[in-house]
Design a protein around this ligand. Structure first.
Ligand SMILES: *[C@@H]1O[C@H](CO)[C@@H](O)[C@H](O)[C@H]1NC(C)=O
Ligand SMILES: *[C@@H]1O[C@H](CO)[C@@H](O)[C@H](O)[C@H]1NC(C)=O
Ligand SMILES: *[C@@H]1O[C@H](CO)[C@@H](O)[C@H](O)[C@H]1NC(C)=O
Length: 421
């Protein structure tokens, strides 16, 4: 007989604020639709129309072969340099139907005018290990210090990650643990738009936004094997005023990882899985300070991910993660649908108990529905010293009500239990 698989259908409405958990008054209802709202649609249209203007600098005119074998890095660098020096808005064109082989490449500003990189064909990472130096193993394509940069075009960025994954210490224990490149990095960019692009099989993280402000990421499709190691979809850190909409992310690690220094991030219409879900943190590593605020995750669907909505902090940190809303989420077959873990540890040695913690406050989970393969729909392990005390009274079918006397709460049987054997 087939083993029993417990399917838990949960419906959660949970609100806790300022370190105290409180009952929320309204009934959870509403559907998280995948359809774009009119506001989103018009924003996408206006982005698309603005991107088609400018003086064109095609890679082919700068000596690129586009045959997937010859190194086109110098051609891209030259086209970028010319476009960046253009006093009029410029377009760096990666022509369609061809594969342009690239090694590590850094495309830096400031530029004279706005620059659009239109990728119609494919940018592919060199599969030759000799092309990757140990001096910088963390990057492949890097945009740095550019104001008004747009990357678009409907083409692909292919990290050729399979050879890197095989050499990862997470896959092959005999290998040393070393970094692998992030496919697309944006550092110190302002008014950045990345739209309508496929990013596939990155060596490690697919896209990283660091030290940026005023960012829109839309219409991205990010795909790698569910077993590929550390292949986060979108990583965001030290950045503010960021919007992520209409993205599909299927990878082997976090669909989105939201790290220290992220403020005012709005994520909507994102479909995720396989992967590890949407994660805020880890924060407070090595007794560090963390500052994260104003995060809204809205209308997101997760399929078969290990986590759904997650906040993770190490013991011993300081600072805050506050004003965070997860709402209108649909989760199917998610292992840990809602999880706050202030005892996170991903170290070779166990982390020791410490008094201080990153304070997690004003977190709202609203209208989150779906199924889980484990018995706990909600796991909260809050710090003893920076506690989330109080009453916790979510939706009707709760069987356990947390009385605040324990720091670890596993809420069980929230919603209907469907047992199929
Ligand atoms: C929930 O929302 C749906 C769609 O908006 C509506 O048809 C339904 O009546 C609502 N149910 C409750 C219990 O409010
Ligand atoms: C996190 O950001 C804060 C504020 O910018 C900074 O003080 C702190 O050093 C950062 N922590 C880490 C681990 O980088
Ligand atoms: C919760 O955190 C405490 C430390 O604060 C730790 O000792 C305990 O093992 C954790 N419980 C779970 C279930 O993770």
């Amino acid at each position: 007989m087939a083993p029993c698989k417990l399917h838990l259908v949960f419906l959660a409405l949970l609100f806790f604020s300022g370190g105290a958990l409180a009952a929320a008054g309204t009934t959870a209802n509403g559907t998280a639709t995948a359809a774009a709202t009119p506001a989103t649609a018009s924003r996408v249209r206006s982005l698309a129309s603005s991107a088609s203007q400018g003086v064109v600098f095609s890679l082919d005119r700068y000596g690129a072969r586009g045959d997937g074998r010859h190194d086109d890095t110098p051609a891209l660098s030259r086209a970028w340099k010319a476009a960046c020096a253009s006093p009029r808005p410029a377009v760096v064109l990666v022509p369609g139907g061809k594969r342009y082989l690239l090694k590590l490449v850094k495309l830096s500003g400031p530029c004279k005018s706005s620059v659009t990189v239109t990728v119609k064909g494919t940018l592919v990472a060199s599969p030759n290990t000799a092309d990757w130096s140990d001096r910088d193993r963390r990057h492949w394509i890097v945009f740095r210090a550019v104001d008004k940069l747009t990357v678009n075009g409907g083409g692909a960025v292919d990290g050729n990650g399979e050879t890197w994954w095989k050499r990862s210490c997470k896959i092959n224990k005999a290998m040393p643990c070393k970094e692998a490149p992030t496919a697309l990095s944006f550092h110190y960019c302002t008014s950045l738009r990345v739209q309508d692009l496929k990013i596939v099989n990155s060596q490690q993280i697919h896209m990283s936004v660091e030290d940026c402000a005023s960012v829109q990421l839309t219409g991205l499709s990010i795909t790698a094997s569910g077993t590929s190691p550390n292949t986060d979809g979108i990583h965001i850190t030290r950045s503010k005023d960021v919007q992520v909409t209409n993205c599909k992310i299927k990878t082997g690690d976090d669909c989105m990882s939201i790290e220290n220094g992220t403020h005012n991030l709005h994520v909507s219409q994102v479909v995720c899985g396989p992967g590890h879900g949407i994660s805020i943190g880890s924060l407070g590593d090595d007794n560090s300070r963390a500052e994260v605020s104003g995060i809204t995750i809205d209308s997101v669907q997760l399929y078969g991910t290990t986590n759904g909505a997650r906040i993770k902090t190490y013991q011993g940190g300081s600072g805050y993660a506050k004003d965070i809303t997860f709402q209108n989420m649909i989760m199917d077959n998610v292992k840990n649908p809602i999880i706050i873990d202030q005892d996170y540890c991903d170290k070779a040695k166990p982390c020791k108990a410490q008094g201080s913690a990153v304070e997690v406050s004003n977190v709202v989970f609203k209208n989150i529905r779906g199924t889980t393969v484990t018995k706990d729909a909600i796991k909260l392990n809050c710090s003893k010293n920076v506690p989330c005390r109080g009453k916790y009274l979510p939706e009707r079918k709760m069987e356990k009500i947390w009385d605040g006397s324990s720091t670890a709460v596993h809420v069980q049987k929230l919603g209907h239990v469907h047992q199929s054997c």
